[in-house]
Design a protein around this ligand. Structure first.
Ligand code: FDA
Length: 512
């Protein structure tokens, strides 16, 4: 469908009636040559970039907040759904496609990406269209002792990322990105621009981790910047099962969440080849330490001597260089790449998540490795919690997985061809391992991370007919007991369910 009918013409006219701009400055329809490249620019999961993926009637790239306001009001008037896109990294493509309604537009915040650092207060205002890489770049540009705790992939958008919580390798020291938000600017379903004071504490609570796309368009966040030492250190150490990888993983399960808050040791598990050419499982420890190499070795040796960490496994670097290290850039790469907003690599992928509160019994690990080996190209990524995460109340913001949660697991599989058979093969492997893992992870409800969005957990029917009970299927998994409060906030701020997606929070209207 193209936007050529009279309704659509009126919609375009509506967008500019209160401003001097012409729509050609910020509205791109299927008639425009830029449309396709703009749409594809930040799509990272190619599963939602095929010829059958529903496409928006228009992509609107607001240059000012008033363009956001008019997009909301005009979309509402003409009954178009909007999808908000910041960095486009949504696992299920919900920021740029809609599987339930053909009349939708994408509100892409790419032009709203200014970053203003108030270094005397160690705070920054960052607009949602910035990437976390840009934020890291400018923060470290301001001071070698400032950083921000968020995800490890630099092209993730600040807008969606903070909306869903956001964590990376400083989670144990400083918590989630959303834990460090102190103010926000949001444009609500009535087109009002609100800040923390005018939106009130309930809505301010909900936008810090309640998942993107439900409450309004967050255009900017005010965040606390955190202290990082001038030199940090890092190591990557891999051991196959034959080299004792299972024992190390088991030990890590007992200490990864308890060690010094300055030490983050993430784990990835994936197939690899032995020297003899056999397929085996490799356990890799990826670690960031907020201190120098000597102190790192001392700290790891104290609690995890089995790892046998040596000086030549470790490197000293600045915090901003560690961002590149964790994104697998070669040593010596210029930090300017963090300003390159182009997401790479683009692949077909599928993911799920879990949380663990009791170490998986060591004797069960072999079976799990066997399930992994049944996958084509799987990786299990485990991120330790503990530290600061233990100190934050589970109701402080919507992200509930705090004290007592040892680590989360992300199951991830990627592939390179578009065929349905290929997708089905990988997705069925994923569903099977997820099912098999049930005894070892948090259940009733099963816990999941909203930023690793998984539509297998359940979907809304359509915007006119959402059900809180139905949405509990995934809402309780993402938010635990906080889900009900999110639905009540939604009922107050957007009772007509204008901000809707397959997994948006449904309004729960409380009778007075
Ligand atoms: P995108 O623009 O797709 O938005 C995601 C959701 O939020 C959509 O529902 C969208 O409508 C909504 N939304 C976007 N902007 C909004 C706004 N301004 N206001 C309101 N709603 C908005 N996570 C993590 O915690 N740690 C990590 O290290 C990583 N690493 C990582 C690597 C890679 C390669 C990918 C693809 C993803 C991750 N993630 C992650 C997950 C990531 O945090 C998650 O996908 C975020 O929601 C992405 O935010 P974007 O703005 O890029 O997405």
């Amino acid at each position: 469908s193209t936007i050529s009918n009279p309704v659509a013409e009126k919609f375009l006219h509506c967008l500019t009636q209160d401003s001097n701009a012409t729509t050609s400055d910020f509205v791109f329809t299927q008639k425009d040559t830029e449309y396709s490249s703009l749409l594809q620019s930040t799509i990272i999961n190619l599963r939602f970039s095929t010829s059958t993926t529903p496409k928006p009637l228009a992509i609107i790239t607001p240059l000012t907040y008033s363009h956001v306001q008019s997009t909301i009001l005009c979309s509402k008037h003409f009954k178009f759904q909007i999808r908000i896109r910041s960095g486009g990294h949504d696992y299920a493509g919900l920021s740029y496609t809609s599987f339930q309604q053909s009349s939708f537009v994408v509100l892409d915040l790419r032009e709203l990406r200014s970053i203003t650092i108030e270094s005397d207060q160690n705070t920054a205002w960052v607009e949602s269209g910035a990437t976390v890489g840009e934020l890291y770049y400018w923060v470290s540009h301001e001071s070698k002792n400032l950083g921000f705790p968020a995800g490890t992939c630099p092209t993730v958008g600040v807008g969606g990322h903070i909306s869903g919580g956001g964590f990376g390798n400083m989670i144990r020291k400083y918590g989630l990105a959303a834990d460090n938000v102190i103010d926000a600017r949001i444009i609500d379903a009535n087109g009002r621009v609100l800040d923390r004071k005018s939106m009130g504490e309930d809505l301010f609570w909900a936008v810090r981790g309640g998942g993107g796309g439900s409450f309004g368009v967050v255009v900017a966040w005010k965040v606390n910047l955190v202290y990082v030492p001038e030199k940090v250190s890092a190591f990557t150490l891999s051991k196959t099962i034959e080299q004792g990888g299972s024992n190390l993983f088991n030990k890590w399960q007992h200490i990864g969440h308890k060690v010094s808050q300055d030490l983050f040791m993430g784990v990835t598990i994936q197939p690899a080849l032995t020297e003899a050419g056999n397929r085996t499982i490799q356990v890799t420890f990826n670690s960031l330490f907020l201190g120098n190499v000597d102190k790192l070795i001392e700290t790891v040796t104290d609690s995890f001597p089995e790892l046998g960490l040596q000086e030549n496994d470790c490197s000293d670097m600045s915090w901003i260089e560690s961002v590149l290290y964790f994104d697998n850039y070669p040593k010596g790469e210029s930090i300017d790449v963090l300003r390159d907003r182009k997401p790479e690599p683009k692949v077909y992928f599928n993911a799920k998540s879990d949380y663990v509160t009791e170490p998986i019994p060591e004797e069960k690990l072999e079976e799990i490795w066997k399930w992994c080996l049944e996958g084509d190209n799987p990786v299990l990524v485990m991120e330790p919690h503990g530290g600061k995460m233990d100190e934050i109340e589970e109701t402080r913001i919507p992200y509930p997985y705090r004290k007592g949660y040892l680590y989360n697991i992300q199951y991830f599989e990627q592939w390179e061809d578009e065929s349905i058979e290929s997708a089905e093969k990988h997705i069925s492997w994923m569903r099977k391992i997820y099912e098999n893992m049930t005894p070892y992870v948090v259940k009733n409800p099963r816990a999941a991370y909203v930023n690793y969005r998984d539509l297998d957990l359940g979907e809304n029917d359509n915007a006119d007919n959402t059900s809180y009970l139905n949405a509990m299927k995934w809402g309780n998994k993402y938010f635990g007991k906080n889900f009900r409060r999110l639905a009540i906030v939604k009922g107050v701020v957007d009772p007509d369910n204008f901000f809707f997606s397959e997994q948006s929070i449904p309004p729960l209207i409380m009778s007075k």
